[in-house]
Every structure is written in C-alpha cells, then in structure tokens.
Design a protein around this ligand. Structure first.
Ligand code: NAD
Length: 488
C-alpha cells in the first residue's frame, strides 16, 4: 500500500495538501486493485479553491477573447501531444478499451476546447437606437462556474464543461467523479502548462458531499452537472437556493428504431454500438431497440452472430480488446441484478447474461454483452437506465405505433432511426421526444453539434454554438443622448 501514489487537490496552478491527510482509493476496474489514492477536499481546500477562483476570474475575464483563445488553443495542442498517456490514464480509471480511449476520449475533449476557443472572439453584443437615445448589450461571463462529472468519460466531460466556460471568460471549479479523478487533474496541469492563469481551472476531489458543497456555495454562479437523474434533481434543488444557473446532462433510455427497409448490417452495427460501446456505459445508449416485424428474423440472427463472434472482452489495454470492464464491483452487481429481473419478468435471454472472467483480466468487473428478446414496454429493463451492456429488443408493426412507444418514457436524451426512406426518416425523428438524434448513424457527437436531453434527461446543452449563451449573461446599457426629463 505504501508504494501507492497520492494525488492532491489542484488549486491555483498547483497541487495543495488538504491538511488532514484524509484520502480515498481509486480502483482499476479491470484488475480490482487499488491504482492510487486521492486526498479529499477539506474545508481549507474548498476555501482555497474559491479564493483562487476569484483571483483567477479577475485576471481571465479582463483578457481579450483573442488572448484567451490563443491560450486555450495551446492546451488543445498539448492534449493532442499527450493523447496516448492521457488515454492510458482513462483506460486504467474507467476500464474502457484502449482501442476507444486512444481515438475518442482525448480527441473529442480537445475538439470541444478548439471549437469554443475559435468561437470566443466572435461573441458580440448588439446596438439598437431608441429615438435619439440608444442601448447596447454586452455578453459578460457569469463568474465562477462549478463542473461536476460522471465516471464514464472523465477527461472528455471535464473538457466539454471547461471549454465553453473558459472561452466565455468564466473560471471553473471542477469535481470529477470519485471513481475517476485523474483525467481532470491532468487537464488542470495542461491548462497551467498552456498559460491559463492560476485559479481559472481548479480541481477539488471527493464524493457527493464535495459536489453538494459546490451546489450551495454563494460564490458560485452556475453548476454544470453530468450524472444520474436522481442526483441531478438534488443538484438542481440545491442550486435553486442561491438561484444558480444550471446545465444538467443526465441519463437516458433511448430508442433505436429500425424499419424493414434499413440496411441490416448497418442496423446491427448501430444496435451493437448503441449498447456495447464503452461496455454499455454511455448516456445516449439506444437500449430499446425497436425492429419492424419483417426485418426482425434476419436482424436478430446477425445480431446474435456478431455479438457472439466479434466481441473481444479482456484486459482493456490489450490492443485486441474491444469490450472492457464495468466501473466497479457494485455497478457490476447492479447490472447483473437487472439481467436477473429481465429474466424473471419474462424476457428471453438471447445471449450473455453473466459476469465474465477473461484470462488476461480474471479479477475485473466484466459483464457479458447481453441481449434480451421478447421484451415488452412495461418490463423493468425497458424502463430503467441500466448503464451496462444490456440490450432489449422489441418488435413493431407501423410507424405511428413505434413513435408512441418510443416516446413512452420520462427520459428523452437520444434517439436513432434506420431507414432508406428519407421522408420517413425526418418525419419520425421530428416526432421523437429526444435532444440528440441520429438518422442512419448512432453515437457520433462532434463538438459542433449541441447535445442534451428533453424531459428528465436534462436541461441546457453542451457543445455547439448554443452553449455560449449558457456561459454568458447579457448586460443591457441604455445611453441617454439629451438632457434628462424629470417630473421632480
Ligand atoms: P452520479 O449521479 O452518481 O454522480 C455524478 C457526480 O455527481 C459525481 O461526481 C458524484 O460525486 C456527484 N454527486 C453525487 N451526489 C451529489 C450531490 N448530492 N450533489 C452534487 N454532486 C453529487 O452519476 P454517475 O454514476 O457518476 O454517472 C452515471 C450517470 O451519468 C448515468 O445516469 C449517465 O446516463 C449519466 N451521464 C449523462 C451524460 C449526458 O451527457 N447526458 C453523460 C455521461 C453520463
């Protein structure tokens, strides 16, 4: 144990001691053993983070957007330069395959910072005459923003939150998930190296208690949260006590709809991507796969065959592995319980359904890629977010029926439609209650495209032009051009 590295909280451009020495352990999901320790943010660290953020804001918000942009672009270059090292860190923390992390996690994080760095200098106000007088508007930063992250894309989430916040002249105090605290610390180091002033991006460590502190602190203007719906509602309620702005990126139970005329191989690829990528731990997963009746037999045959033959589960750092470990033992148990409930409620287990012990990672938290057929809309597995590699397949007859069933959920994060009929594709997508939609595609999320949920899946958006508005506030300035009339 004594050989383990202990990380501290990152405040004002450096790691600082928490004074108490209290730490928590971070487990490698692929081995089950402790990777490193992290100091919990104590009251002293929290106060230092706030003081530092205030000082950082005074410097950063005064810089021109072009200056901020240039610095952020240096961070983008550093992220890309360190891609492999950073990706390896994400693999060790999350259990996801190197195959994915090395080409997606850091790349998409850097893309978002690059996108917003490019937009920063284009933020402008307007001017409107009112007779001889006029008014003008300024888009000003909010101040200190809090970012609270989930564990599935730790570094990417930190980038997606920091990018618009910093580009608009705000500063951020970020709390990563206690299960994956490393990525945000590395991002903070890179920001410092790139020339981001001290205090502009601080990282505080700990569990929900540290998160809860961020949601009630008077000095924090906004909370951007990624996590479960249940936590999101708590965060929003807490933030309301000081009227903080919120962005909520929450869970989903998204439909993937496959019509008879779809290309069957593409549709199977989509269903597998939408359920087995990052071993099913993706918020936008299309876990309810609706297949039109005539397509069903060939779809299910190829789906089973490809799932059983093409998935390589094992040590996530192995170049061949395309399916990794779940985040923790407790999450593995939760996913297995959902599988047991699915069977109990009458769904047919087509494949998978068990924990796995691959030879090269026998102690990891693996669950086999699992497919249920004969599912009905009222089953627990059809209604609740499982956040693991569990696909439920349904059949449907016609368009109106599937739209109604797809929308029959309190969640609305994502949706996908596969068909060769272009008018039907758009007609169906326009009726689906979801914020992130794909036609003949699934999962792609470029920085230019806004993402976020309808209904209980969230509030606000990340990425895309839209997000600039969520990190600025408008100041309207009325200018009198003549002597002031007054009744007094
Ligand atoms: P979680 O809600 O358990 O935790 C998320 C974060 O909130 C963690 O950092 C945690 O420490 C913190 N937290 C816990 N209680 C808190 C409180 N009372 N106040 C403030 N912060 C608190 O979620 P998770 O298990 O880490 O992540 C999985 C969930 O995240 C899934 O539901 C998934 O769908 C969702 N998710 C959504 C998106 C999206 O963009 N919509 C992206 C990734 C993950």
């Amino acid at each position: 144990m004594s050989a383990l590295v202990t990380y501290q909280n990152y405040v004002h451009g450096q790691y600082i001691s928490n004074g108490s020495g209290e730490t928590f352990e971070v487990i490698n999901p692929a081995t089950g053993s402790v990777s490193y320790l992290v100091e919990v943010a104590t009251d002293a660290v929290k106060q230092a983070a706030i003081d530092s953020a205030k000082a950082g804001f005074a410097v950063w918000s005064k810089m021109t957007p072009m200056e901020r942009s240039r610095i952020l672009l240096k961070a983008v270059a550093l992220l890309r330069e360190h891609n492999d090292e950073l990706a390896a860190g994400e693999v060790l923390d999350t259990g996801k395959p190197w195959q994915e992390a090395s080409v997606v996690d850091i790349v998409t994080g850097a893309d978002s910072i690059e996108f917003f760095a490019g937009l920063a200098p284009s933020i402008e106000g307007n001017q409107q005459p009112v007779g001889e007088d006029f008014y003008y508007t300024r888009r000003e930063p909010l101040g200190i923003c809090a970012g609270i992250g989930a564990w599935n894309y730790p570094l990417q989430i930190a980038c997606w939150k920091a990018a618009p916040a910093l580009a608009c002249g705000n500063v951020m105090i970020f709390k990563p998930s206690e299960e994956t605290p490393r990525g945000a610390m590395r991002l903070a180091e890179i920001f410092t190296q790139a020339g981001v002033p001290d205090g502009v991006f601080n990282v505080v460590q700990g569990d929900g208690r540290v998160g809860a502190w961020l949601t009630t602190n008077d000095d924090i203007a906004k909370v951007s949260f990624t996590g479960e719906v249940g936590t999101g509602t708590k965060v929003m309620a807490a933030a309301s006590s000081t009227l903080k702005e919120v962005t909520m990126e929450l869970g989903g139970k998204s439909p993937l709809i496959i019509f008879n005329d779809a290309d069957v191989d593409n549709a199977v690829s989509a269903a597998m991507l939408a359920n087995f990528y990052t071993q099913g731990e993706v918020c936008t997963n299309g876990t309810r796969v609706f297949v039109q009746k005539d397509m069903y037999p060939q779809f299910i045959e190829r789906l089973k065959q490809r799932t059983e033959n093409n998935i390589v589960c094992g040590d996530p750092m192995d170049a061949e592995t395309n399916f990794g470990a779940l985040i923790s033992r407790s999450h593995q148990q939760k996913v297995l319980e959902y599988i047991a409930i699915g069977q109990k409620e009458g769904a047919t287990l087509l494949t998978g359904g068990t924990a796995l012990q691959p030879e090269n990672a026998p102690h990891g938290f693996f669950v086999a890629p699992t497919i249920f057929t004969d599912c009905t809309d009222d089953m627990t597995i059809a209604k609740e977010e499982i956040f693991g590699p569990v696909m439920s397949v349904f059949t449907f007859e016609d368009e109106q029926e599937v739209i109604q069933r797809a929308n029959n959920t309190h969640l609305g994060l994502a949706a996908g439609v596969f068909t060769q009929d272009i008018t039907r594709a758009h007609r169906v997508i326009h009726q689906l209650e979801a914020g992130i939609c794909w036609i003949n595609a699934y999962g792609a999320s470029p920085a230019e495209m806004p993402v976020g949920g309808y209904k209980m899946s969230g509030i606000g958006r990340e990425n895309g032009n839209e997000t600039l508005k969520a990190y600025t506030q408008i100041k309207a300035v009325y200018v009198g051009m003549q002597p002031l009339e007054s009744p007094f």
